[in-house]
Structures are given as C-alpha cells and as structure tokens.
Design a protein around this ligand. Structure first.
Ligand code: ZN
Length: 435
C-alpha cells in the first residue's frame, strides 16, 4: 500500500531507516529457536547437526530422542524417512525508534539433509509500530494471495505499510515463538509493568494493551499471567464482568491456574449470591473440587425446583379438573377381574402415563373439556387408558402399553359399551340442575 497520510509517510521513512536484522541476531536464532534433529535411514543414525552417522545398537532404534555420539546433541528423531526437510519458526526483535515501540517479526528456516550440516535462512516479514498512546500500525511483505497459509511469503517483496486494522486480521496474527533477549522497550511500557518477558503473548498485542488498558496493566503488575493471556485472547468482557473477583484474587495473591474453570466457578458463586469480595469463596485451595461441589449443588437445586414447579402445576390443574369432571367421579364399571374407573386425580394421569408409557399426562388430557378419561385395570394394574367423547358419547381411544391394545382390549370395549349410558346419566343430571 502506498503511504498516504502524514503518519504513514513518517512511519515508512522511519522503517526504512532501521538497520537490517544483524548477523548476531541471526546467529542467536540459529542456536536457540530450533530443535536438533536426527534421522534413522537404512539402518543408520544420521545427526543432522554435525553430519555424523553411525550404526545404532538395536535397543536405541525406536526412541523418540537419541544422543549424537560425536557432537553430543540431544536429537529428536524424524519419524518419516525424509532425507531432506526443514523446520520453520518465527522470532521477534523488540526495539524502539523515534518514540515508537517496534516489534520486528522474522521468519527463520532451518534446512537439513543427511550427511550435511544444516543451513539457515532468516527474513524479516513484518513490523508493528506502536505509538505512545497504543495505536498500532503494521508493515508486512507480500504474501501469495492464492495460498491459504500465511507462510506463503513473497521474499523478494519489500516491507510496506498496511491499512490501519491490519494487525487485527486473524490471518496475519503471528505470535513469535521466541523473543531476542536483548530487549529495548519504551519507558512508558516499563512504567506500566513490563519487566522483561512477554509471557507467550504476541508482543504487539501486549504492548498496545499495556498502553491503552489499565486492566491489562493491573493483571501484569499483579502477575496474574494466566488471566492476562486469557484477557488478551478473546475474553475481555468476561474478565471485566468478573473484575470484583479478580481484584479479590489479586489482593490475596491467589494464582489462578485454570482460568476457564475459575470463571465457571465464579459464575456459580454468583448464582448462589456469594460475596465475590470474600477470599474464602473466590480463592479456594482446591479449585476443581470447589467447582464440582457447586455444580452438584446447583444441579440438585434445579431438580428440586422443577419438582416443586410440577407439584404446583398439578395442584392448579387438579382444581380445574375437579370442577370440570366432578360429576363423573366415583363411576366404576366392573366385571370379573376387570375394573374401569374414571381417573379422578391429575397425579393419577401422571402415574397412568408412566405405567403405560404414553402421553395421557404430557399432552394434558385432563384439560380436554369434551373428554372423559378412564383407566382400565386388572388386578389393580393399569392395562389400558380410555378416552370418551362426552358430546358424542363414544369411545375415541382405548390404548394399552406404548399405545398398543392389551390382551383385555375386547373385554374392555364391551364393558364400556354396556355402561356408556351411566356416563350419559351423570351428564344429563347436571343439565337438569342447571336450567
Ligand atoms: Zn552430531
């Protein structure tokens, strides 16, 4: 992008004035950011650090690591038999320039081949310039736009200033594996708590936050590093919401090891209206035990509340049901072992539904004005449930376990038809009373 604004022009000039990454820095990277590799090929060990090769003893041939018998390096064994491969890492160099904090990001390649010592290649691919008030402007070399990975750098392209929100683009988010230890930072960052480590946080993110956000500053100064990482990750709102509890943890030098579990736990404390400024709640010695305890307690409470709600609901429904169907209560048709009676309690609808595995309760048949529901029992066990239409005085349904007819089905139907008139009588009695 061609620099347009004054600030873009100024930064472009400043960026061009920076000395290139020195060979000293590159030498540090070669030594410190890569693993040492070994290879097992055609029955021989190859050290890819010093080019030494040797015949292994049998027992050593399947280890993940082995030691080179010549250079003594601890070698990670390459599992695939590739004679030629590379390792890629990013590192950053932190320096200041004209009142800006500069984060320089370098990609480093280590090329390895058996019988050769490794070769290295470093290239600066990005720069973040952070002003004293925490604004970030970034430079980057070009990437292959057709590639899905960010690593598809075009190494011959120059560093160019990028649009304002470039550093927020997830595609270009790089958290370098290591920081070159000779660190130069703005005095303001030191004042806001930066000591000498970025604690695995992308440096540009940490710096811009320390300059703009007192929450980040507090978390860093109180060494709540897990919270800080979490906060700068994606969960600012969550930490702000729990700020009272965070302050309690800080005051008591309580180290939060698992932030997610702790936040979950704080949410539970909130559910139980516990005081989040009280250390005995907020800073449990055994977090996972305290967490599980509250989860259990909440589950229990919800279960009880559901039962109570159901009980209240049934009580209300019972009042309506009794006033609707009271005139049919007490109706019993009996023949031999079979006994058909009007269901008188909403609670019995629930029992009937449970016993026969159907929906007479869940679908609230007790609320149906035109229906009369009866239960057919043999030896006091429900075998079928019957629905009768009061307006048409006929049997609508007669169903047993899982809605299938029982072996008493015919008998039930015949006993019902013989007695329908008794239901009709009760219906008419009512009509006579109410003119
Ligand atoms: Zn070696």
């Amino acid at each position: 992008m061609i620099p347009k604004t004054n600030i873009e022009k100024q930064l472009t000039a400043l960026s061009a004035s920076l000395a290139p990454i020195t060979s000293e820095v590159e030498a540090w990277a070669e030594k410190n950011i890569f693993l040492n590799w070994g290879l097992l090929s055609r029955g021989k060990f190859y050290c890819l650090e010093c080019a030494h090769s040797w015949k292994p003893s049998d027992s050593a041939s399947c280890c993940k690591f082995t030691n080179c018998s010549q250079c003594k390096a601890k070698l990670k064994m390459q599992t695939y038999n590739q004679v030629h491969f590379k390792e890629i890492e990013y590192f950053s160099v932190l320096q200041t320039c004209a009142g800006y904090q500069v984060v320089r990001i370098v990609i480093a390649y280590k090329h390895m081949k058996k019988n050769f010592t490794p070769t290295y290649f470093c290239k600066e691919v990005m720069q973040h310039w952070i002003s004293q008030n925490g604004e970030v402007r970034s430079f980057s070399i070009s990437t292959n736009v057709f590639s899905s990975t960010i690593d598809a750098w075009k190494f011959y392209s120059p560093l160019e200033i990028k649009p304002k929100d470039f550093f927020r683009n997830a595609k270009y988010y790089i958290n370098p594996y290591k920081v070159y230890p000779n660190i130069k930072v703005l005095p303001l960052l030191k004042r806001n708590g930066f000591k000498n480590s970025v604690y695995n946080i992308a440096p540009h993110l940490l710096f811009s936050s320390l300059l703009t956000d007192s929450t980040a500053e507090t978390l860093l100064k109180s060494k709540q590093l897990n919270l800080l990482q979490y906060y700068l990750g994606a969960s600012r709102q969550q930490i702000k919401r729990n700020w009272l509890a965070v302050k309690t943890a800080i005051r008591n030098s309580y180290k939060i090891t698992d932030v997610q579990i702790w936040e979950d736990y704080i949410e539970l404390l909130r559910y139980f209206n516990k005081d989040l400024s009280c250390a005995s709640y907020v800073c449990p010695e055994n977090l996972s035990m305290a967490h599980d305890h509250l989860v259990q307690k909440k589950r229990e409470l919800i279960r009880k509340k559901k039962l109570q709600d159901l009980r209240l609901e049934i009580e209300k429904a019972q009042k309506r049901y009794a006033s609707d169907k009271k005139r049919f209560f007490g109706l019993v048709f009996q023949k031999d072992e079979l006994c058909i009676s009007v269901i008188e309690n909403v609670r019995d609808f629930m029992q009937e539904g449970d016993d026969l595995g159907h929906c007479v309760f869940t679908n609230e048949y007790y609320e149906k004005k035109d229906s009369l529901i009866l239960s057919a029992k043999v030896a006091e066990q429900s075998v079928e449930t019957v629905e009768i239409s009061l307006s048409r005085m006929e049997i609508l349904q007669c169903r047993g376990f899982k809605n299938k007819p029982s072996k008493h089905h015919k008998q039930i139907l015949s006993l019902l038809s013989q007695n329908l008139y008794r239901i009709k009588e009760r219906l008419q009695k009512k009509k006579k009373i109410v003119p």
